[in-house]
Design a binder for this molecule. Structure first.
Ligand SMILES: [Zn+2]
Length: 207
């Protein structure tokens, strides 16, 4: 099944195919909702308590309210997901620009669900991951669009995005999906953390 994250420029629903091991890459300029969308997908995935997530983020504390043990990309040093139950695993990298190709090769691309974010542009040029079969969505905002985004909204492609990137206007998200710090964690998340001592420990380590 798919989890909707927004609407394409021509009005179609766009989202994450949770039945596919094809990685989802979210690209976009700063402030377009890459982390927010990745958090939303992770929260959705974790709503089923039989599933888990491996999260690598530049700011692990922004993920401290979710039932996972967020780590910095520097801590990614061995293959992920090899011992995980098939279908239970989601790997999130926010953002992949922090990882060289050698580290990206440790991801279970094609074996488990993977969500990556990137600012796009030069950081993606020549990356090995783009040679694999990925779904790439480019996040744009409809209001106050800059010239490159205005062109995308007119149905033109962007040269700094991978070939075949589909432009998406993300759905509006509630506060629970925005990057979070432990002192901002909603009451529900604190309760979930209290019931999961592992998560509480990582929350304290996170900052
Ligand atoms: Zn796993």
């Amino acid at each position: 099944m798919g989890v909707r994250i927004g609407t394409t420029v021509d009005g179609q629903a766009a989202g994450f195919d949770t039945s596919s091991a094809r990685p989802l890459l979210l690209v976009g300029d700063v402030g377009r909702g890459k982390t927010t969308t990745a958090r939303y997908l992770t929260r959705w995935w974790l709503a089923n308590t039989r599933r888990h997530a491996h999260v690598y983020a530049q700011a692990p504390s922004e993920w401290a309210d979710l039932r996972c043990e967020p780590a910095h990309p520097d801590q990614l040093d061995e293959p992920i997901g090899c011992d995980c139950r098939p279908g239970a695993c989601l790997v999130v990298v926010d953002d992949m620009d922090l990882l060289d190709d050698e580290r990206l090769a440790l991801l279970p691309v094609g074996r488990a669900r993977t969500v990556l974010t990137s600012h796009g542009g030069n950081s993606l040029a020549g990356r090995a991951l783009l040679a694999t079969d990925i779904a790439c969505l480019g996040l744009v905002r409809p209001e106050n669009a800059d010239p490159a985004e205005a062109a995308v909204l007119d149905g033109q492609g962007r040269l700094d995005w991978p070939m075949g990137t589909v432009a998406v206007i993300p759905d509006l998200r509630g506060p629970i999906d925005f990057p979070c710090h432990r002192w901002q964690a909603p009451a529900g998340a604190w309760m979930a953390a209290a019931m999961n001592p592992t998560a509480t420990t990582s929350r304290e380590d996170a900052s």
